[in-house]
Design a protein around this ligand. Structure first.
Ligand code: GLU
Length: 428
């Protein structure tokens, strides 16, 4: 984040801007500017050495007019209530733009999960559910993985909820491991979803994907599969990926003269997305500082890590070759950087459209849990492609019809749908 604005202010600023464009009734706008419910709680956890640590937990339920709240749980050392509020708000827009019958929520814990032993992580996950179980559920609020949380953690959380409620309830949480109530394709879903929208943006801009180069930030779940998709589905080249290095406490950009090989890099990456620097160098990778990704000569920039990464301080370092910014991360672009994209004719695929593949497949997971009948990976990814493609065109059409920036158009589509649901339910 670039110091000057926090994420929730950013989410509200984006919303206010579009509320004005839509001439939205100020009283309805006031409902949508703030989350409906917020939970903050302390989670005591017994560490393996016998000591007791107390963690701060959060869950924010922004709006559930269209269906149960939905959104991940982040385990991050710099988590704040405002961050969770922003992310919960974006989930409302994300589910609406993807046209899935869910609302927006987000949770978090202030913790660096890499500092915990497996048994301690399990107790923390169970402790989170012990605090929240009365206020989550398949018809209330359905968490999922996000930064710092994994399918295994979702499995423990589902188990804790099932024990407390006395009923096996896989649909309480998504992103579970396959074989433990998870859906095939969920692991790939967010990254592949990014690529489905990039593919459509390239068609729209008449770019030949086989001649395109992408520069990507991050190497967690989203970037790993976005890089694979960019190479294997679109035939393009990935110039670089980057990652936070836990050992050296800084971030690095990894590039290769032949383009990076994400499937190889995944074999030398830990579960939190840190690439083993020494092994990468041995394999011929060039290592630069973490900001280098943004300056690469690429047609597509894909921020796939944390928020606020393209901001007033670095946006002018973007190469003149960049035609598309595909926002794999949540909130990677600050309003100042948005201005730069607008002025320079850069086509932005906004976060809550671009990375909606994760939550869309979470929705499919819940549907399968409800039916107790599971689909093949091809079926899941085929349905995902159809949803992402139609979401992309709904936003593009709005953008062309009203001659507005893609982020504004995505907000217009999403706000329209949420307001309509609130009106139909008689809330406003
Ligand atoms: N954490 C992901 C997101 O930000 C997925 C949420 C979900 O699957 O509910 O979209």
């Amino acid at each position: 984040m670039s110091g000057t604005i926090n994420e929730f202010e950013m989410a509200q600023r984006q919303f206010d801007h579009v509320a004005k464009l839509l001439s939205l009734d100020p009283q309805i706008a006031e409902v949508l500017r703030w989350p409906m419910r917020e939970f903050t709680f302390r989670i005591p956890v017994r560490m393996d050495d016998g000591s007791l640590r107390v963690f701060q937990g959060f869950r924010v339920q922004h709006n559930d007019a269209r269906g149960p709240n939905k959104g991940g749980i982040r385990f991050h050392q710099a988590e704040t209530l405002d961050m969770v509020r922003a992310l919960a708000t974006w989930m409302t827009w994300k589910c609406a733009v993807a046209d899935i019958p869910l609302g927006g929520g987000k949770g978090g814990v202030i913790v660096d999960p890499a500092t915990l032993l497996t048994s301690e992580k399990e107790r923390l996950c169970r402790g989170w559910v012990q605090n929240m179980w009365k206020n989550i559920g398949p018809r209330q609020d359905v968490p999922a993985p996000d930064v710092g949380t994994t399918p295994q953690m979702m499995g423990w959380m589902m188990d804790e909820y099932s024990k407390l409620s006395g009923q096996y309830t896989p649909g309480v949480i998504t992103g579970k491991p396959v074989g433990g109530g998870g859906s095939l394709g969920r692991t790939e879903a967010t990254g592949y979803g990014v690529i489905y929208t990039v593919r459509e943006a390239m068609k729209h801009l008449k770019l030949d994907s086989k001649k395109c180069v992408a520069a990507m930030q991050g190497f967690g779940n989203v970037t790993q599969y976005a890089a694979i998709g960019f190479i294997e589905m679109l035939g393009g080249k990935v110039a670089c990926v980057s990652c936070w290095d836990r050992k050296y406490k800084t971030s690095y950009t990894y590039s290769h003269t032949d383009g990076v090989d994400p499937r190889f890099l995944m074999t030398i990456t830990d579960e939190y997305g840190t690439i083993d620097k020494e092994k990468a160098i041995t394999a011929g990778y060039i290592v630069e500082d973490g900001e280098a990704w943004i300056t690469k000569e690429a047609d597509v920039l894909m921020p796939g890590a944390l928020g606020g990464q393209i901001n007033a301080d670095n946006v002018s370092k973007i190469s003149k070759c960049v035609k598309i910014v595909a926002e794999g991360a949540n909130g990677p672009t600050t309003p100042e950087a948005d201005e730069y994209f607008k002025q320079n004719g850069i086509f932005d695929i906004p976060d809550f459209l671009c990375n909606a593949g994760g939550v869309t497949t979470s929705y499919f997971e819940q549907v399968q849990n409800d039916m107790n009948f599971y689909w093949s990976k091809e079926e899941v990814l085929g349905k995902l492609d159809a949803k992402m493609t139609s979401a992309f065109y709904a936003v593009l059409e709005m953008s062309e019809k009203h001659k507005v920036y893609m982020r504004d158009a995505a907000y217009m589509v999403a706000i329209d749908r949420v307001v309509k649901a609130m009106q139909l339910r008689g809330w406003v």
